[in-house]
Design a protein around this ligand. Structure first.
Ligand code: ADP
Length: 198
């Protein structure tokens, strides 16, 4: 039977890194960010709702939704973020469910659903267990400043718009603490993978 792991954590906690290691070990990974991008293509229902909520100024010259422009609006404004989430999350949940059903049908062993919003968007019913990646605020700030060139206040605004580590951990079947180096997190992931297959 297919096992579906919901992998969540705050911005910069290391979700993509953990997903990459899980993929190396044989998991199929669904990146919910990419699922969301499907709906940013021009003239889909979600696109129309987002444009009517936030205006034409959030579009690229090709008419696609510009995630950076949208991000600037929603991460400074809790109400705008809620509005966007109301448009996006139910559609994403539906599409994710379709993908998961297909993997189940194919008899895939382990599927990882990587989703920052797994808990907030109420997708827990789509997964069999929840793994939380947690890194301290200072670690996240350091990594994202260095590696994504984000400014401290941008990172903090995103962290504040999300659940805290403590809140996420309440839902966790496993917690992957990621304040150490890459070898350490890879080893933690390997152990969790082994436990799954015992
Ligand atoms: P998320 O997907 O949760 O936003 P990422 O996996 O993209 O987080 O990690 C954020 C950044 O930190 C990336 O540049 C990644 O390479 C780096 N990173 C993640 N874990 C570690 C680690 N243990 N040591 C050093 N850098 C790390």
């Amino acid at each position: 039977m297919t096992r579906v792991i919901g992998l969540t954590g705050g911005i910069g906690s290391g979700k993509s890194t953990v997903s990459r290691y899980l993929a190396e070990l044989g998991a199929i990974v669904i990146d919910s960010d990419k699922v969301g991008h499907e709906f940013f293509k021009p003239h889909t229902g979600a696109w129309r709702e987002v444009v009517s909520a936030f205006g034409q100024q959030i579009l690229t010259s090709e008419g696609e939704i510009d995630r950076q422009k949208l991000g600037k609006i929603v991460f400074d404004n809790q109400e705008a973020l809620l509005r966007l989430n109301q448009i996006m999350h139910p559609r994403m949940k539906e599409l994710v469910k379709t993908q998961l059903d297909e993997y189940r049908r194919q008899g895939v062993d382990v599927v990882v659903l990587e989703a920052a919003v797994l808990i907030e968007a109420n997708w827990l019913s789509n997964v069999d267990e929840v793994w939380v990646v947690a890194a301290s605020e200072s670690t996240v700030l350091k990594r994202l400043k260095e590696q994504r060139g984000l400014k401290e206040e941008q990172i903090l605004a995103r962290i504040r718009s999300q659940l805290s580590n403590e809140e996420r951990i309440k839902y966790a079947d496993a917690v992957i603490y990621n304040d150490g180096d890459l070898d350490a997190v890879r080893e933690t992931v390997r152990e969790l993978w082994q436990n799954l297959h015992q």
